[in-house]
Design a protein around this ligand. Structure first.
Ligand code: ZN
Length: 430
């Protein structure tokens, strides 16, 4: 068992090191810390570094503070930025960007058909994740190490206005408290700027609980349908909101609906952002119900549930050994939170669960270097997301590691098959 465990861990380390998608190289266009964002005073009660000074101190949980924040200077919530090309905040950024390194891809419409050869690597039609330009890194879309599940929750923070006992059952901090109570689980939270404006205190809870925050634009548009100035504005106001409320500047973003091409990627990269997609989509965002109006593509809760069940059954059968996965889930509605919380305990038994940034060995996902998160690839056994030991980099920063044992997980998998069967039967009865 010990030999197997060692060999497995070595293989895991090799695979993660060999994942060229995870580590931008010198051949890519250099990135610099964004200078285009204003400075803001630190918010009261928001952490300014990670890990916590006292790792044994309990993380915040329970009802959110009723404090309010005054946030001004932002566009209308939940709609693309009007008049971006003449916006005095956007014009200086347009002048900073090297447009010789932004492909002149056409703005798309809902009738656009991808040209032969997919010259601009448009994910929406064909799922392209490797740019056709050499100066931009590939999208991150999997966890390279098998048996790993990259947890990502989009479209938060989740809140309701007006809040009533009926509609706010699953609003934050419900999911954050659930994650904390389940092995102190960490995840990526892809926040929409407009949603943070509506629920800034919930966003602060997400950061304070140790989750890794990435930006999911200002208003959640199809990014390839926007002009260059509008694309810049979506990044700018999303990032500005995160910086003002949370004091951090993410290096990671996810395109709404996955709608990205090389034009949008190149603008994102020059604004300091790496693109993160996914390879497993629960389609939970299409579950018809609260906050999600029926459309022609709506699905039932049972359909989304069956999707997750299918992945897990495939995994348990041993048909899922190529690499780990980044899974798209949402903190968007009561239905999406219900689905997420129903499956998390089973997923934790069967996979190493961690943020998608962690499974891609990104320890410092913000431009602020005081935040250093655990990453995959270590030698001991622990609970999910718990930092044990660590390594010291050349700049003296200690990088804690998420620790796990694939061998131990295999034992857990065998023991979990019966649990899974029971869960599947239960799910089919819902
Ligand atoms: Zn989204």
């Amino acid at each position: 068992m010990i030999a197997l465990q060692t060999a497995t861990v070595l293989a895991a380390v090799f695979l993660s090191t060999a994942n060229s998608a995870a580590t931008p190289t010198a051949s890519y266009l250099p990135q610099t810390s964004p200078t285009y964002l204003p400075s803001f005073p630190a918010q009261t009660g928001v952490i300014t570094s990670w890990p916590p000074a006292d790792p044994s101190a309990p993380l915040p949980s329970g009802p959110l503070s009723t404090a309010t924040l005054t946030l001004s200077g932002y566009p209308t919530m939940n709609v693309p930025v009007a008049n971006a090309s003449v916006d005095p905040n956007i014009i200086p950024i347009m002048n900073l960007i090297d447009w010789t390194h932004v492909p002149d891809a056409p703005v798309t419409t809902n009738t656009t058909i991808v040209p032969a050869g997919d010259p601009y690597c448009w994910w929406t039609q064909g799922g392209c994740v490797t740019p056709k330009i050499s100066y931009i890194p590939p999208d991150i879309y999997i966890c390279p190490v098998p048996d790993t599940w990259g947890l990502t929750y989009d479209d938060g923070p989740m809140y309701y206005y007006p809040v009533t006992p009926e509609n706010s059952v699953w609003a934050e901090p419900n999911l954050y408290d659930f994650l904390l109570a389940h092995n102190n689980q960490k995840a990526n939270l892809f926040y929409i700027g407009s949603k943070i404006m509506g629920a800034p205190i919930a966003a602060q809870r997400g950061l304070n609980d140790g989750h890794t925050i990435c930006v999911h634009t200002w208003s959640h548009p199809l990014m390839t349908t926007l002009t260059n100035a509008e694309v810049v504005a979506e990044f700018y106001y999303g990032l500005r909101m995160i910086k003002e409320v949370l004091g951090i500047t993410p290096k990671c973003w996810r395109p709404p609906y996955g709608d990205v091409d090389d034009r949008v990627r190149a603008i994102a990269w020059q604004m300091g952002l790496r693109t993160i997609i996914w390879d497993q989509d629960t389609n939970d965002w299409q579950i018809v119900g609260d906050q999600v109006a029926p459309t022609s593509s709506s699905i039932s809760y049972a359909t989304a549930n069956n999707t997750v069940e299918g992945w897990i059954a495939n995994h348990v059968k041993g048909n899922d050994t190529q690499h780990g996965h980044i899974t798209l889930e949402h903190e968007l509605s009561n239905a999406t939170i219900t689905l997420a919380e129903f499956w998390l305990p089973t997923i934790q038994k069967l996979y190493q669960t961690m943020p998608a940034t962690a499974c891609n060995n990104i320890a410092q996902p913000y431009w602020e270097e005081s935040f250093v998160y655990p990453i995959q690839g270590d030698q001991a056994v622990s609970t999910n997301g718990t930092a044990v030991g660590g390594s010291t980099s050349s700049n003296g920063t200690t990088t804690p590691k998420i620790v796990s044992s694939a061998a131990t997980k295999s034992t857990q998998v065998m023991g979990s098959v019966m649990t899974l069967v029971v869960a599947a039967i239960m799910a089919s009865l819902l």
